[in-house]
Design a binder for this molecule. Structure first.
Ligand code: BEZ
Length: 217
């Protein structure tokens, strides 16, 4: 069965570059980003893992733990991590799952046989502290992902969990948001959005980002 948004992220136990991982236990109360890459010692993957390592503080600010995966083994991961650190000027600070038996890849449908029969594609799942899947993206092997976009989506998800808002296209933290159409009670709107709102249309109500201080967290 394929995974859909809102589903509970399947739990698993698997080896990694940092030892055996029991996924749900490892996540604890954090958000999680589980992402697969096609293989160790490949160029695009090397840059992606370097970027993830360098975004450590950004992930920590948002209470997000990252965990990567490929079907190569632990020894290979450990050798590759040395290369990533050296070539990308970083220190890989998150585990890479060694999914040689394809247990996790199959559970999360990360192998797309018509793209490649044996390697995982670039799947990425954002999982919330209730272990629900909140974002899924799939990229081909030849296209590296934009990790600033992943952070942007986490910002949006966390904002919309805290306030009755949604974020418009190309939204960035700090810019205007929309009040969800289900919120119609003017008293509640006043309380939630003391800066008021602009009704472009009755269904399109713009209000300043209710999170006052993104940088000072
Ligand atoms: C890469 O990570 O560079 C890569 C992996 C598989 C196919 C193409 C590129």
């Amino acid at each position: 069965m394929s995974i859909r948004l809102g589903d509970t992220a399947p739990d698993f136990e698997q080896d990694s570059s940092e030892g055996r991982i029991r996924f749900h236990e490892w996540l604890g109360d954090s958000w999680g980003i589980l992402f697969s890459h096609p293989a160790d010692f490949t160029p695009v993957c090397t840059t992606e893992l370097g970027l993830t390592a360098k975004l450590k503080d950004e992930f920590a600010k948002r209470n997000v733990k990252a965990i990567a995966l490929s079907v190569d083994d632990v020894e290979s991961h450990k050798e590759w991590i040395k290369d990533i650190n050296e070539t990308q000027g970083c220190s890989v600070n998150f585990p890479i799952l060694a999914d040689g038996d394809r247990k996790v890849s199959e559970l999360y449908d990360m192998i797309h046989p018509n793209a490649d029969n044996s390697m995982t594609v670039r799947s990425l799942f954002v999982i919330d502290p209730n272990k629900k899947v909140r974002l899924m993206i799939t990229y081909p092997a030849s296209t590296g992902r934009n990790f600033n976009e992943v952070l942007r989506v986490v910002d949006s998800l966390q904002l919309t969990d805290e306030h009755k808002v949604a974020t418009p296209g190309n939204w960035e933290a700090g810019s205007d948001v929309v009040i969800v159409p289900s919120l119609q009670d003017e008293e509640e709107i006043k309380q939630r959005f003391p800066q008021g709102y602009k009704a472009v249309r009755p269904y399109l109500r713009m209000t300043p980002d209710p999170k006052a201080n993104w940088s000072g967290e």
